[in-house]
Design a protein around this ligand. Structure first.
Ligand code: ADP
Length: 303
């Protein structure tokens, strides 16, 4: 099985209001999905046919709602219950606009964190690939991801987070990190306007401890830094909703690893999943026939 870790999950609530504006009243149906980057990864892994176990913290009635939704999707959940309620993240989609209201999330106590770490150690015994995604909840120190990576050092830990949580975790030597171009720029505080600068920038994260790096570049594909360096070129697609594409590309990578595919194929899966997600209006959703077609058009070149 593949383990996904979502320490700060959410219920993603979406409203579609074409004429949305402030200072007005709207009547709208809500569309709810289990959210948080790790749960997007779980959904895509599941759609690719993998057995997934999702862990992290869930609390209150929102936590119960997420657990039931995952069960309906056949995703195993093995969460630690938090005393505080799991958050809601609201997106209002208007005509070409997206307004987001993001709650900060449940505060986790030291006792709850300790309980989680013990639980995580047990889950590591049964899982070879671990996908850790998203922000850290309030109350949890930046060192936590470093610890989760260190504990999984004999496994393959894929870490997708940003800012200081990412920098601090690098010392735990994650197997793979997946920053996007903006995240790398924010860390390095320098313009990254050429391929050379992108590679040089990504290499600094390897110097700080990441074993491999998938630097995703949105519509421009990605650069992979592993034993060799690869540029992945992708075809132009009709984009509907790119939210969750990074999470889908993490799932595609983990799927390829799980199946012991050669690195070129792993990278193709990763890109195809990110693209298929961008072609759908749902977040964390892919289509297998679309993936099959896209895989034929993705070019992986050693540089
Ligand atoms: P994130 O969602 O983390 O910001 P990216 O935007 O880089 O990550 O997207 C991850 C992957 O999803 C890309 O490497 C690419 O394969 C695919 N993707 C995302 N946006 C687009 C797009 N506009 N056109 C084509 N593919 C895309």
């Amino acid at each position: 099985m593949i383990l996904t870790v979502t320490l700060n999950p959410a219920i993603d609530v979406r409203y579609e209001i074409s004429d949305f504006n402030i200072d007005k009243i709207f009547r709208a149906k809500s569309f709810k999905t289990p959210g948080g980057k790790g749960l997007n990864v779980s959904r895509v892994l599941n759609l690719l046919g993998n057995s997934v176990v999702a862990t992290g913290f869930l609390g209150g009635s929102n936590g119960t709602w997420i657990k039931n939704s995952l069960q309906n999707l056949n995703i195993n959940s093995s969460f630690i219950e938090s005393a505080s309620e799991t958050r809601n993240c609201i997106a209002i989609l208007g005509q070409g606009s997206q307004t987001e209201i993001l709650e900060p999330g449940a505060e986790i106590s030291e006792f709850e964190l300790k309980k989680f770490i013990d639980h995580y150690k047990n889950l590591l015994l049964e899982n070879e690939i671990i996908c850790i995604s998203g922000s850290l909840p309030k109350g949890i120190s930046g060192e936590t991801y470093k610890l989760l990576c260190e504990l999984g050092k004999n496994k393959k830990v894929i870490l997708d987070t940003s800012g200081t949580s990412l920098i601090e975790a690098l010392q735990g030597n994650p197997f793979l990190i997946k920053p996007n171009q903006e995240e790398l720029k924010a860390i390095l505080q320098t313009p990254l306007d050429t391929q050379e600068k992108l590679i040089k920038g990504a290499l600094t994260l390897r110097d700080k401890g990441a074993q491999n790096i998938l630097l995703s570049l949105g519509k421009n594909g990605a650069i992979y830094i592993g034993d060799d360096i690869y540029k992945i070129d992708i075809p132009k697609i009709q984009v509907i909703n790119p939210v969750g594409s990074g999470d889908s590309s993490v799932a595609g990578f983990a799927h390829g690893l799980k199946n012991n595919l050669p690195i070129e194929e792993i990278l193709k899966y990763s890109m195809a999943c990110g693209m298929s997600n961008a072609m759908s209006n749902e977040t964390g959703f892919i289509s297998l026939p679309v993936i099959e077609e896209l895989m034929k058009k993705i070019i992986v070149k050693k540089i």
